[in-house]
Design a protein around this ligand. Sequence first.
Ligand SMILES: NC(=O)c1ccc[n+]([C@@H]2O[C@H](COP(=O)([O-])OP(=O)(O)OC[C@H]3O[C@@H](n4cnc5c(N)ncnc54)[C@H](O)[C@@H]3O)[C@@H](O)[C@H]2O)c1
Ligand SMILES: [Fe+2]
Length: 418
Amino acid sequence: MEHVHNEPEPRVISSATGTPPELRRVERKMRIHRQPKTLITGIGAVDQLGIEAKKLNGTKVLVITDEGVSECGMCIDVERPLVEAGLEVDFYDKTVPEPPMNTIEEIVRIVEKGGYDLIVGFGGGSPIDVAKAAAVLPHTGDTVYDYVGIDQVRKKGLPIIAIPTTSGTGSECTAIAIFANEKLNVKQGLVSPFLMPNVALIDPALTVSCPPNVTAASGMDALIHNIEAYISVNATMHTDSLAYEGIKLISQSIRTAVFDGGNMWARDNMAMGSMMGGIAFGNAGVGAVHALSYPIGGMFHVPHGVANTMVLPWAMDFNKLACLRWFRQFGEAMGENMTGLSDREAADVTVASLRRLADDLGVPQYLSDVDIPESAIPDLVEGAKTQARLWNNNPRKFTPEDMERVYRNMAVRPDAKA
Ligand SMILES: NC(=O)c1ccc[n+]([C@@H]2O[C@H](COP(=O)([O-])OP(=O)(O)OC[C@H]3O[C@@H](n4cnc5c(N)ncnc54)[C@H](O)[C@@H]3O)[C@@H](O)[C@H]2O)c1
Ligand SMILES: [Fe+2]
């Protein structure tokens, strides 16, 4: 179905640089807003795990994580509060980053045999998403492939507590799980209220061990969630307020978090900005950046945050003409001084600011940086075309030719061209 939307309505967001208040967005449509019932944030949040698990009537808990997290010695941080609360705990640490769908069945069988009554997702977005699937699939006879798309999960599963160790995906706050469909070579999403964690414990201390490349890539993912939610045609006052604040927090802190990883001010801001991004995009949706990055991740196994960062400036440069004032506003949230600039000029400053951020963090921006050949572009376009769920949120319509132009622009780093 053709997606139609009007010239974006300006929204009131007071800005540091004093852009005059404009007309407030009028929310005429009925909207559902979803987030976990309980969010506990700040240093020490993870210590609440035992209490929260008991409130959900947990007695035997399976903690789903990955080897990267368990090798950091962090499992004790979740084991201790659960054991102290008198609960039985097992760990599964075989989750792989960007989990392929064919890895889900193993964990479903483990949950079925183990008789667990509570699932804890502990890690980045990958283990948290696997935990969501592991909560709803057991004893259904269904497979993860059956649940791709919107509202395909048939029934409520086991309760879920999500504990992020990256500041990135916001998965702890979304009713979404993303997997790599290895049969189609593309990332696909499951969207259902049954995937929403009951509780999210967002403890910035758990992110301190993230190495700079993980902090940078996952942090850019969080920034992009906020930006794409902010310019989404499905944005609301609720998502705008979170997204604007999330953009501010992350822009202020991401460089410090990457280059001075022990800085708790930066880690705390990143954790909050990532949570805000999760709630904002979980309700308003994400658009072109994610739609164009999913085939890069699906076909070439580029980490999600890296693929998103590569696409970001190019997709945003294309989007800006559909919503110049929103670009001005979120550029201000990024700390840019727009005084005296027209909206058109301000939007260019915003796009340049995104590019500079990716440069500063050293995240790849070109397909050639991650060894993807130009010959892959037609297949990337085919993959991006399948992401209808995401295109429906995007402020500017992309034709297949526009998608191809973005990929061609980002194909080869200019200084690498002959
Ligand atoms: N469900 C959602 O709403 C949603 C949203 C966006 C992205 N995603 C998905 O989430 C996945 C990406 O998640 P991610 O970016 O958080 O990365 P990740 O979970 O794939 O982890 C990346 C790497 O970082 C390591 N790591 C994680 N925390 C660490 C820590 N504290 N210390 C040291 N190492 C640590 C992991 O072991 C892993 O090797 C992708 O599959 C993406 O599609 C889901
Ligand atoms: Fe994302």
